[in-house]
Ligand binder design. Sequence first.
Ligand SMILES: NC(=O)c1ccc[n+]([C@@H]2O[C@H](COP(=O)([O-])OP(=O)(O)OC[C@H]3O[C@@H](n4cnc5c(N)ncnc54)[C@H](O)[C@@H]3O)[C@@H](O)[C@H]2O)c1
Length: 364
Amino acid sequence: MKQPIVVGVVGCGYWGPNLVRNFRSLPTCNLKAMCDVSEARLKHLKTLYPEVEGITDFGHMLNGLGLDAVAIATPVKHHYQLAKASLLAGKHVLIEKPMAASSAECEELIDLAESKGLVLMVGHTFLYSTVVQKIADIVQAGDIGEIRYINSRRLNLGLFQKDINVAWDLAPHDISIILHVLGEFPLVVNCQGNAHVTPGIEDITNISLTFRHKRFATIQSSWLEPRKIRDMTIVGTRRMIVYDDLQTNEKLRIYDVRVERPPHYDTFADFHYSYHYGDSYIPHIKQEEPLKSECQHFLDCIEKGTKPLSSGYEGLELVRILEAASASLKEQGAPITFSRTKEIVPTLRRQPHTERAPQELVSA
Ligand SMILES: NC(=O)c1ccc[n+]([C@@H]2O[C@H](COP(=O)([O-])OP(=O)(O)OC[C@H]3O[C@@H](n4cnc5c(N)ncnc54)[C@H](O)[C@@H]3O)[C@@H](O)[C@H]2O)c1
């Protein structure tokens, strides 16, 4: 039998314990250590997992325990330093979203991981959700036609972050899903928002992403909403999908509705939009904890030496969009345009949209 992969988790605040719980449950993993600068957090986690070592000294975890891999769940400002130290020590790395505080940091980590032949993965957790995989399958199969727009909302009261605004905190989930489903990088990013509670840290933001062929996505993020909302609408030329992540079982509903313009008309009296109202249906989706699949995928990539679904490149793409959103915010929503060369290359490795001819992916 193969030796389990020896993993340590750094950052045991809100999210880290979920990584600890999942890695610990996987038979191909030996979760050796949990590291946090807070003694209080470690004390609490030791009561839950007494057999896992609790360590405050990250250097000791990195060099003293024979780890194969490190999973990082600290605040974003620490991701780069911890990931760089881990890669330099020869460890495979899983970093929670967003990958780092700047695209320059992401690029450096990608280069370092590649030069050392190590797996670098980013925790774009929703890509490991069976619901999002189902959406991608439906879109790829052409069932909803051409996507016209996507609207995504992630709203609730708190949790307020101290080092990043709400776009950097919540929008990575929506952006990762949208890029995955559309299979391409936006041409233009706009973002508006306001900081109502902590000066300089926006607690509500609205991001718009413009893609080729007039495809459009809007992402609303808020820590100042009385109700918790996590939903996404994907409008296609033939059908529409509504994804409500707060539903327990029926998270996905496909509506057979559309509206079409008449191909030609002679007088205004002849002009009628054609509305189609068909059935709606709820596909059966086997529910699995996305984080568990994410952790297993990380271990599988290490074992097989394969590129993760959410590799450093996908992490970099996402951070580029967040940087553009921050730049637009400073300019009260002004458009930030990407040059159509370097940025779009990594996404072309994914499956193109099925209803497009391949050459359309390389010409605007
Ligand atoms: N994938 C997801 O769905 C998801 C969900 C929530 C959070 N996250 C991500 O997880 C990361 C952590 O978020 P959180 O909400 O758990 O933050 P948090 O503030 O609750 O916890 C961070 C922990 O890291 C510790 N820490 C800080 N610096 C450290 C260092 N240098 N060495 C060791 N420990 C250190 C802190 O003491 C704290 O316990 C963020 O990147 C966040 O975006 C991902």
